[in-house]
Design a binder for this molecule. Sequence first.
Ligand code: NJP
Length: 245
Amino acid sequence: PPRRALVTGASSGIGAATVRRLRADGWDVVAAARRAERLEALAAETGCAPYALDVTDDGAVAALAEHLAATGGLDALVNNAGGALGLDRVEDADVDGWRQMYETNVLGTLRVTKALLPLLRAAGTATGVADVVTVTSTAAQGAYEGGAGYTGAKHAEHMLSQTLRWEIAGEPVRVIEVAPGAVATEEFSLVRFGGDARKSAAVYEGYTPLAAEDIADTIAWTLSRPDHVNIDLVTVRPRAQAHNS
Ligand code: NJP
């Protein structure tokens, strides 16, 4: 039977591209995010299963775990929901923006990973391997002006991923981290640059950002390694991006 993956933050950007790629690779895919109408369109296009989910909602995440348990379990989790808010200098920081960013990126990834690990462990035991992939950022690799909230959140996700790997080493669940540089998505275009992603990024930074498909390719590659291989951390950045913002 096809293996089954859950992608969070599947309604746009890297998540939607990952759903398309995994479907093309023959996976059953549950596509989760808050914007249900976008998921319906993605389902019509790709045959994925749409699932309305807010990763900041404990009850909703528990219900997701029950749903997956009752409908065939889970072989791979892609923790992708997240984004950058409050890209301000520390002295101008918006505390509520930071709270929301940590709730989504850090605690969202923790909540979903905790809730689904038993299912992944069961699938890995039955089939040989299961996977947790977390999308962090080059922002987890250094400081930049205005980035304290986002770099902190992505550092926390990085440490969650690295720590979990040690804690469950020896079990049939791989723990993988994919760290993108600048990717042309809604986050990149709307939140950071307020316009067309590729154009504004090129003007702003002087280079062409990655496409969401570049990261989807990387995620699919990590999942397709032989069972005994764990890709711990892959950084993918635009060729000319020389810093971590
Ligand atoms: O952004 P975008 P990306 N519950 O805005 C979802 C990281 N990253 O693809 O809920 C559930 O197109 C939201 O869905 P919705 C970045 O930090 C990016 O660029 O419907 N889902 C949407 O599907 C993030 O972790 C760049 O609003 C929630 C998705 O998240 C990941 O890549 C660079 C949610 C965001 O899609 C994907 O971001 C980098 C919630 N509470 C790392 N809140 C980059 N683009 O340059 C949001 O290094 N979502």
